[in-house]
Design a protein around this ligand. Sequence first.
Ligand SMILES: [Cu+2]
Length: 255
Amino acid sequence: MSETHHHKQGEGHHAVDVAPGGLAVSARGYTLEATPTVFEAGREEAFEMCILNPEGRAVRDFDEQHEVRMHLIMIRRDLTYYQHLHPSLGADGTWLVPLTLPEPGVYRVFADFAIDGEPLTLGVDLTAPGDYEPGPLPAPTGTARADDYEVTLDAGLVAAGTEAMLVFRITRGGQEVLDLEPYLGASGHLVALREGDLAYLHVHPVDASGTADGASGSRITFHARFPSMGRYRLFLQFAHEGLVHTADFTSEVQP
Ligand SMILES: [Cu+2]
């Protein structure tokens, strides 16, 4: 499988990947190796992973992206139980993080990193044996709750292959939250996963001037290019009063 990354330049638009990542355990010569891949549901394990280069050696030199060198996203394959973690890198190139698969099922782990200026997302399945009851994908909606917060998504009509503007607005108790805090060097962090194959889109926030971090009052704006029609699950993370909150939405992308 080939994977290309097109970056839109100018107009203040931040880089957006066109071709989805995360569908393969190996791409462009780099291979994700992970252990363990079978977990007991609800029990924390020391999860280790390496990124092997074309010569089979563990990469130790990663670029910083959003203040860290490795983003680990884990989700059950029915698009429930989202986690976003930052493993720590050992001297031998092993990434280590405590990881729990909360309920039985098959999960996807995405390693989102960059080497020599090239972003890459690799994915691997993890399993927790047991009675698995997949949840249905919630219907598309413009509103989600995240702890005490209400988050609305205004995206208009989103069409495949075109640049969509996603505007999230954060309120609490009916009041606009105007003092959102930076999270990972930006005003928010958004991951979109495609229903059916969990294609992974990492989307970066932008603002009207294209120079700051995407926050404007209680709003966080992202530009995203969805590769195909279908339904996607969106996970927005934002920080306020020292805590990180996650709001998730289903979005329908038109042909
Ligand atoms: Cu991260």
